[in-house]
Design a protein around this ligand. Structure first.
Ligand code: SAH
Length: 202
């Protein structure tokens, strides 16, 4: 997975590659998908949702430039895998999921895999987590119609917001840096995520 799907496709950040080589991805999928855990595809995790493809997790971590000790907000916990990789990068991770059953399942899987320090919350992540703000980086694993303004407001100066923006048929991953002049937006790779639902989603 590391060599073919990540390094082979341009993921060059050694810290991200090392972190992903340490997280047991099979611990975040169902029993019947263990053998498929390292394939280059999203897998079903129940409730109509999927665990993100490894390449998307890598590019999100790389573009968010997560450093040891950063406070990071992860929107759309899903399986908990992205949160585990962020924790492995040394971040203090808060993650929000709207489906309570998925949040509970992720909490158990994170705990069992040794990432019990990740804070799992249930709620509408499109509004962020104002009571725990500000964050050095906010990453979103679901597609938003536009940059969610509430999330931008919860960044520290020079903080990074990484979010897929666009319609249900396809999006571009956007990297938005909080700067004194306002949001500085760079468009990254094309991608396809499930919709971000909620107040600032669809
Ligand atoms: N990062 C996850 C990918 C999960 S898919 C992983 O590594 O497995 C996206 C998730 O976003 C789904 O679980 C979906 O329920 C959740 N989601 C969608 N809209 C949301 C919202 N407004 N707040 C929180 N979670 C949301």
């Amino acid at each position: 997975m590391i060599v073919e799907q990540l390094e082979g496709r341009g993921i060059a950040d050694r810290r991200v590659l090392d972190a992903m080589s340490r997280v047991p991805r099979e611990a975040f999928v169902g029993e019947s998908d263990r053998k498929r855990a390292y394939l280059d595809m999203p897998l079903r995790i129940g409730y109509g949702q999927t665990i993100s493809q490894p390449y998307m997790v890598a590019i999100i971590c790389q573009t968010a430039a997560v450093r040891e000790g950063d406070r990071v907000l992860d929107i759309g916990t899903g399986s908990g895998y992205q949160a585990a990789v962020l924790a492995e990068l040394g971040a203090d991770v808060h993650t929000v999921e709207r489906i309570p059953e998925l949040a509970e399942q992720a909490r158990e899987r994170l705990e069992r895999a040794g990432y019990g320090s990740v804070h799992v919350h249930v709620g509408d992540g499109s509004l962020g987590l104002p009571e725990h703000a500000p964050f050095d980086a906010i990453v979103v694993a679901a597609a938003a119609p536009d940059m969610p303004a509430s999330l931008y407001e919860q960044l520290v100066p020079r903080g990074r917001l990484v979010v897929p923006v666009g319609g249900p048929e396809g999006q571009r991953l956007e990297v938005i840096v909080a700067s004194p002049e306002g949001p500085a937006v760079t468009r990254s790779v094309p991608c396809r995520f499930v919709p971000l639902l909620g107040a600032e989603g669809f």
